[in-house]
Design a protein around this ligand. Structure first.
Ligand SMILES: Cc1cc2nc3c(=O)[nH]c(=O)nc-3n(C[C@H](O)[C@H](O)[C@H](O)COP(=O)(O)OP(=O)(O)OC[C@H]3O[C@@H](n4cnc5c(N)ncnc54)[C@H](O)[C@@H]3O)c2cc1C
Length: 326
């Protein structure tokens, strides 16, 4: 049963958040051959190009200056206007911090079923079935999204993005809709680490995270240099953020971000359960720790027992060398 699906693109300064492109793949699955339109609010020209070539059948672009402020009361009516124009029954977006907030507001305003952090999606005649990891990745919750409308936020790195097409889909401009008064004041900042130049932590495909084993804030550059060499985002344990070595936006875990990259490198992190629940669904986990009994080794795919102060500079140098030689 084919259905029309709308994908909400989340812009970042240099284009689209990668998980927005992956959302197009999930939307195509849900559409079962139906139309997959995109909507982009406040994106750069690069984001428009990336989105229009990223597998959508058409793109609605809203350029009102207020969209860049990420005000939920502005985004929700604009997205619902695009959903109406495209007769969409499903809205798909990236399950970033901003995406989850938006998914909830959209579901209420659109009277739709909603699911976030979705890693699997199966369309059936009885509706969409979705699955998402729960209990820190130890179990999977499966739901049927009942009713005529659904909002699905997909977890970064769970769906491969479709190949870029040489041809851009038609782009239409979306006129600004009046704000939704009940959502006034809701505003969600950019996901990117304010102080980091690297990729966004929530959707990065590689994360290098540092813990108290680094001993002092002036040593954190060892983690940042390895991350830069790998093109990775930088994360941290709560010991690091509580001590003020890095802002709270870097924290991975129960009271921080949940990440599920292809590769997670934990450096000088013991592996307390509150940290593990935020990263244990990563595809490959590498742990570097001087204590062979550290709990992080129980979940690591690759463990290196050793002194991070010796290992990290050597590893960074090797990565740089390998990258330089192509
Ligand atoms: C309600 C609650 C919520 C929490 N939420 C979170 C959360 O969201 N995220 C989070 O991370 N924590 C959270 N915590 C804290 C958590 O319990 C741990 O205290 C914290 O994760 C420990 O951080 P760490 O691993 O960096 O430090 P430590 O536990 O002190 O571990 C440091 C590690 O570095 C290793 N090390 C030391 N020197 C070296 C060296 N030279 N080379 C290599 N390795 C070395 C040590 O062997 C050790 O394993 C929470 C706690 C509570 C109670």
């Amino acid at each position: 049963m084919s259905r029309s699906v709308l994908v909400v693109g989340e812009p970042r300064p240099t284009g689209l958040v990668p998980a927005s492109r992956e959302a197009v793949a999930a939307a195509r699955l849900a559409a079962e051959g139906g139309a997959v339109a995109g909507v982009l609010l406040g994106g750069s020209p690069e984001a428009v190009t990336e989105f229009s070539r990223g597998g959508v059948t058409g793109l609605w672009v809203g350029s009102d200056a207020s969209y860049a402020e990420r005000r939920i009361d502005r985004w929700v009516p604009a997205i619902l206007a695009a959903a109406k124009s495209t007769e969409s029954e499903v809205i798909v977006l990236a399950s970033t911090g901003f995406g989850r907030e938006l998914a909830g507001a959209l579901a209420v305003a659109w009277d739709a079923a909603a699911a976030t952090s979705v890693t699997e999606l199966t369309p059936t005649d009885e509706g969409l079935f979705v699955a998402m990891p729960v209990l820190g990745g130890r179990a999977t919750s499966k739901l049927r999204l009942a009713g005529p409308r659904a909002v699905v936020a997909i977890r970064p790195n769970a769906f491969g993005a479709p190949a870029m097409s040489g041809e851009a889909a038609p782009v239409e401009s979306l006129s600004a809709a009046p704000p939704t008064p009940t959502l006034a004041g809701r505003r969600v900042g950019f996901e990117a680490n304010a102080a980091s130049q690297g990729p966004d932590l929530s959707s990065a495909s590689i994360v290098v995270a540092g813990g108290r084993g680094l001993r002092a804030p002036e040593n954190f550059h060892l983690v940042e240099e390895l991350a830069e060499a790998l093109g990775a985002a930088v994360g941290a344990s709560r010991a690091v953020t509580d001590a003020g070595w890095k802002p709270g936006t870097y924290q991975v875990g129960q009271t921080g971000r949940s990440v599920s990259p292809q590769l997670y490198i934990a450096v000088g992190i013991s592996g307390a359960i509150q940290h593990l629940v935020g990263m244990m669904s990563s595809r490959v986990i590498v742990a570097i720790n001087s204590d062979p009994g550290a709990p992080i080794f129980k979940i690591a795919d690759y463990g290196v027992v050793g002194d991070l102060f010796l290992l990290l500079p050597a590893l960074t140098a090797e990565v740089r060398k390998a990258r330089a030689s192509g």
